[in-house]
Design a protein around this ligand. Structure first.
Ligand SMILES: Nc1ncnc2c1ncn2[C@@H]1O[C@H](COP(=O)(O)OP(=O)(O)OP(=O)(O)O)[C@@H](O)[C@H]1O
Ligand SMILES: [Mg+2]
Length: 359
């Protein structure tokens, strides 16, 4: 007879490669991580994003085994890592400072850990050559780090981790030492490389643009907690909390009062909500349209404007508050000058986010 009482296994939802389960960590009396849980699927890139000091590196160090969590645990492929020491975890870490050995060539740097494992020379040579090809460094084998550009040193650091064939790749702010332009191109390059290799990865940054570029999912951290973990579009369009809304992208906040299932927006339109009482309303700058001031209740004066690529960013002074507005340049029949009196309208009330509490 068939046993139908067993657990249901959903074949569309495979077991995560990395599972962070309710990890908490204190340094003396300072709580640095509080009940952090996150599952990372095969081949997924998840970014830990949050301000300096929120616990990103500490969480990474718990995964790699440099720190023990006070409570909670790390599993890789279902195996509890609690008793597994750093050098036995199937994890590769790329640190912010590349920590290349200055007296070793590219080949020696990349092969170092394999030689330490006493792998035969020919096998080391083969793995190193594959890793260098993967990060497009073939031809630079005999250079020393000081003879490489920042971007090339970065790639050596990545090759040095890839050569170990880790199950999980951890990257802690790997682009910090690069200038803005190189950073941008390295982000796209590294994302494509990780995706091609299918490596399950955690990427750490405090830069929201970088997070939006690199990630399949972003976990926004605040003071040791994961506040929301979701794909980039969802984080941007439907931030779960006012903190996330404020942290990602430009935002305007207004105080409101929710009554009978609705809240009045500043332009007089309303948006439905399940909340009741004082609320915060968040409206993205691209969800506001500037119109002639005539007949508008919501109006103000342009305090500042500037072109941002194909957009224009306006700061509109409304009763002492500056409201940010982003308009497409070509859709703007008229570009408003500083000092002009304008009306403001919410384009799509349903895209406004409502949060409990006064601002
Ligand atoms: N070894 C340690 N001993 C005591 N406190 C520590 C230690 N390491 C980190 N901390 C504290 O833990 C908190 C989180 O640090 P962590 O390095 O994880 O932050 P972060 O999010 O990586 O910040 P950043 O973006 O600046 O790198 C900080 O308040 C930090 O001062
Ligand atoms: Mg850090």
């Amino acid at each position: 007879m068939l046993d139908t009482a067993g657990p249901m296994i959903d074949s569309n939802d495979p077991a995560p490669v990395l599972s962070i389960g309710a990890v908490s960590k204190k340094f003396d009396s300072l709580t640095v991580l509080e009940n952090c849980s996150l599952d990372v699927a095969e081949g997924e890139i998840v970014t830990l994003l949050g301000p300096s000091g929120c616990g990103k590196t500490t969480l990474l160090r718990c995964i790699a085994g440099f720190w023990d969590a006070d409570s909670g645990g790390i599993r890789i492929d279902g195996r509890d890592m609690g008793a597994v020491p750093v050098n036995r975890r199937p994890v590769g870490v790329v640190f912010q400072s590349y920590a290349l050995f200055p007296h070793m060539t590219v080949v020696q740097n990349v092969g170092y850990a394999l030689r330490m494992l006493r792998m035969p020379r020919s096998a080391v040579a083969e793995r190193v050559s594959t890793a260098l090809e993967t990060v497009s460094l073939t031809g630079l084998e005999d250079r020393y780090p000081s003879q490489l550009s920042g971007g090339q040193q970065q790639r050596v650091a990545i090759a040095r981790v890839l050569v170990m064939e880790p199950r999980v790749l951890l990257l802690d702010e790997p682009f910090n030492a690069l200038d803005a332009k190189l950073r941008g191109s390295m982000q796209v390059e590294l994302r494509q490389l990780i995706k091609k290799l299918g490596l399950t990865s955690i990427f750490v940054t405090h830069d929201q643009e970088e997070a939006l570029t690199m990630s399949d999912r972003i976990a926004v951290m605040r003071a040791g907690r994961i506040e929301q973990a979701a794909p980039p579009e969802e984080i941007f369009d439907r931030p779960a909390t006012a903190y996330v809304a404020d942290f990602i992208g430009m935002s305007n906040f207004f105080s409101g009062e929710a009554q009978a299932g609705a809240v009045l927006l500043p332009d007089g339109q309303s948006q439905s909500t399940e909340l009741q009482g004082p609320v915060k309303v968040m409206i993205r700058p691209h969800n506001i349209r500037l119109v002639d001031a005539q007949d508008q209740d919501w109006r103000g004066t342009i305090a500042f404007h500037r072109p941002v690529g194909p957009l224009i960013e306006y700061h509109v002074d409304v009763a002492g508050d500056q409201i940010k507005v982003l308009s497409m340049r070509q859709q703007q029949s008229q570009i408003y000058a500083d000092g002009a009196c304008v009306g403001l309208q919410v384009i799509d009330p349903a895209s406004c986010s409502i949060y409990p509490g006064a601002h």
